[in-house]
Design a protein around this ligand. Structure first.
Ligand code: ADP
Length: 603
């Protein structure tokens, strides 16, 4: 895409213009003015000029008792007082000057006043006005001229325009949007049957899944102008500004139809109007204007509005009703195949080794968004450059996943011998509990190299394929695996350490959602005790039950985690020998692969 906004001129340009005007004024106007001013000289100078034949015209003004005279070229006018000089006529005769009584033309005093005082002031005021207008525009702030302009970025298609093929995965979203492209190419096909295109399409999904990219791809494929603006850009300090920006945006869009208007992060203006005290008047007015504009334009005018948000539940129902944003396109986190495709799209931009197993990388990066996958590829390329290699290897990619998950390796973290041993037992505890239960993901890697995220070590488990459903047993096994680290510490060192804080947090979260949201407890049956607030942004929850029920929930969560903790301890006790053996191996090697782990376990 190419932005076709006029580039802003640098500030130096305006200073340059002012300087040139001042210089011209000085060089051209000033000398002319200076010429027509009468210069007063003494009588001696007059006599000297007369003797040197330097006089042009001379006018003797008897009644004013003065003589006006010019130089030879008539460029300067001089004035001197009359002296009793009987030789005056003779002197003038000898000098060859003209003294026929011709009146020397002096500068009109009014004109000279205008030119020397009024004109410079007018010029300066005009320059000042122009400069302040330009500076205000540059600051993007309100001013008398740019007040309420939408300042939307306008893109037109260029040869590097984003196409659907650049957006990997997301096939359902692409299918839904290609209908729009078809409509923009061939609106008559739709008009003939009487079908009307949705006026607005809402792209919803977690951050970094390619919503903005998809919108740009629609414009790229349809070859129409693309207006892009973020929801927050509408909201100004002054009430009414946002509304006028909306009006301006739609006016421009209608002029340029067929075109696409894209409003990113629409939740900034589209939030529910709940009439709270201290509500935001400006935001509500902006939203009202948007609702009116979307109602106002006819169907099939060729203006398609795309909007993106990751908080669809917070949008005002008036905005999402049919006739406004009547189609909702979910842009979800990519599945295994989607991740692999996204990796491949981004890998085209970098030099790769011949043997790269993208499917393995995709499996390791489970839960990653498109933006994170792009980041993984870039991290791998940076790593190859750091090591002075010509291409990116499989190891670079695997390491960069760990960098994105857990941060960089801490080069100078010094663990005491005892701490290192505790971490080794802790990690093998997780791995062993995972391996000894059915239905848990295979261990891929165990490491006790500290990371910048604060993790002193971790066990990476990688699922083989896509998982859409998770059973109760799998969830329980997961909790047992999470408690396995602490169980190993207790078993071997008869003490606990702070290293398990993250495991505890995750295990509690899982156990709580099993009871409050997945109906996996005996007492509550299929009752929802918690609701998820924002599904795409972390998914924090709020309880919807009585205080007594909350107490019961807490008890059940504790019981569930405790049961799994005991199960983990039992598994480790049973395999105490293997636990010692593998922990010692890990302690020495610091990082072991899943295969090494399984080999010792099965030996
Ligand atoms: P969103 O608007 O959903 O937050 P973006 O569209 O801005 O996300 O995506 C951010 C970046 O992530 C893109 O520039 C692109 O590099 C990468 N990306 C995200 N999803 C995809 C995808 N499906 N295919 C290819 N690249 C993607």
């Amino acid at each position: 895409m190419q932005e076709v906004r006029k580039p802003k001129k640098p500030l130096i340009f305006y200073y340059g213009v002012v300087l040139i005007i001042l210089l011209l004024f000085n060089f051209l106007a000033m000398p002319w003015l200076a010429q027509r001013q009468v210069r007063e000289v003494d009588y001696g100078t007059f006599i000297e000029m007369a003797e040197n034949h330097e006089l042009g015209q001379v006018e003797v003004q008897q009644q004013d008792n003065q003589i006006l005279f010019t130089d030879k070229d008539n460029t300067m006018i001089f004035k001197t007082g009359m002296m009793p000089d009987p030789d005056l006529t003779q002197r003038l005769n000898d000098s060859g000057a003209k003294f026929s009584g011709e009146i020397i033309e002096q500068a009109n005093p009014i004109i000279s006043f205008l030119v020397s005082w009024v004109l410079p002031i007018v010029i300066f005021i005009a320059i000042g006005q122009y400069m302040s207008k330009k500076l205000m525009e540059r600051a993007g702030g309100p001013n008398a001229i740019a007040f309420g302009k939408s300042n939307a970025k306008v893109y037109v298609k260029s040869s590097q325009g984003i196409k659907f093929s650049d957006v990997a995965g997301e096939d359902e979203a692409k299918e839904s949007l290609s209908e729009i492209v078809d409509y923009l190419h061939n609106p008559n096909k739709y008009k003939e049957i009487g079908a009307s295109m949705p006026k607005g399409i809402l792209l919803v999904g977690p951050p970094g899944t390619g919503k903005t990219m998809l919108a740009k791809a629609v414009a790229g494929e349809a070859n129409v102008p693309f207006f892009s603006m973020s929801g927050s850009e509408f909201v100004e300090m002054f009430v009414g500004m946002g509304a006028s920006k909306v009006r301006d945006l739609f006016k421009q869009a209608k002029e340029k139809a067929p075109c696409i208007v894209f409003i990113d992060e629409i939740d900034a203006i589209g939030q529910k109007r709940d009439g709270r005290i201290g509500g935001n008047d400006e935001r509500e007015q902006t939203l009202n204007q948007l609702l009116t504009e979307m109602d106002g334009f006819e169907e099939n005018t060729g203006v398609v509005i795309l909007a993106a948000t990751n908080r669809p539940e917070s949008l005002d129902p008036a905005l999402t009703r049919p006739g406004r944003f009547d189609r909702r396109v979910p842009v979800e986190l990519p599945d295994l195949q989607g991740r692999e495709e996204i990796l491949k799209v981004h890998a085209k931009k970098i030099k790769l080794d011949e043997q790269i197993d993208f499917s393995k990388i995709a499996r390791m990066a489970s839960g990653a968004s498109g933006a994170e996958l792009a980041n993984i590829i870039n991290e791998a390329a940076l790593r190859a450059v750091r090591d002075n290699r010509q291409s990116v290897t499989q190891a670079d990619l695997e390491e960069s996943i760990e960098v994105v998950i857990a941060g960089y390796q801490k080069k100078n973290a010094i663990l005491t011998d005892q701490e290192k041993k505790v971490v080794a037992y802790h990690e093998v505890g997780h791995a062993l509990v995972a391996a000894k239960q059915s239905n848990s993901a295979p261990v891929q890697k165990i490491t006790i190299v500290p990371r910048t995220s604060g993790a002193l070590g971790y066990t990476m488990q990688v699922d083989e394929g896509n998982h859409y459903l998770v059973s109760q047993e799998e969830l329980e096994n997961k909790i047992a695996t999470l408690t396995g680290g602490r169980a190993a510490e207790e078993l071997v060192f008869q003490s606990s350490s702070t290293g398990a804080s993250n495991d505890i947090e995750q295990a509690t979260k899982l156990a709580r959602s099993m009871i409050t949201r997945y109906g996996m407890s005996d007492d509550f049956d299929m009752v929802a005790l918690e609701t998820v607030n924002n599904q795409y942004l972390g998914g924090d929850t709020s309880l919807a039950c009585s205080v007594e029920t909350q107490t019961q929930i807490d008890r059940q969560v504790v019981a569930l985690v405790k049961k799994q903790h005991e199960k983990a301890t039992a598994i480790l006790k049973e395999n105490r020998k293997k636990l010692d053996e593998i922990s010692l191996y890990l302690y020495e090697k610091e990082t072991i692969t899943g295969e090494e782990f399984m080999k010792i376990l099965n030996s």
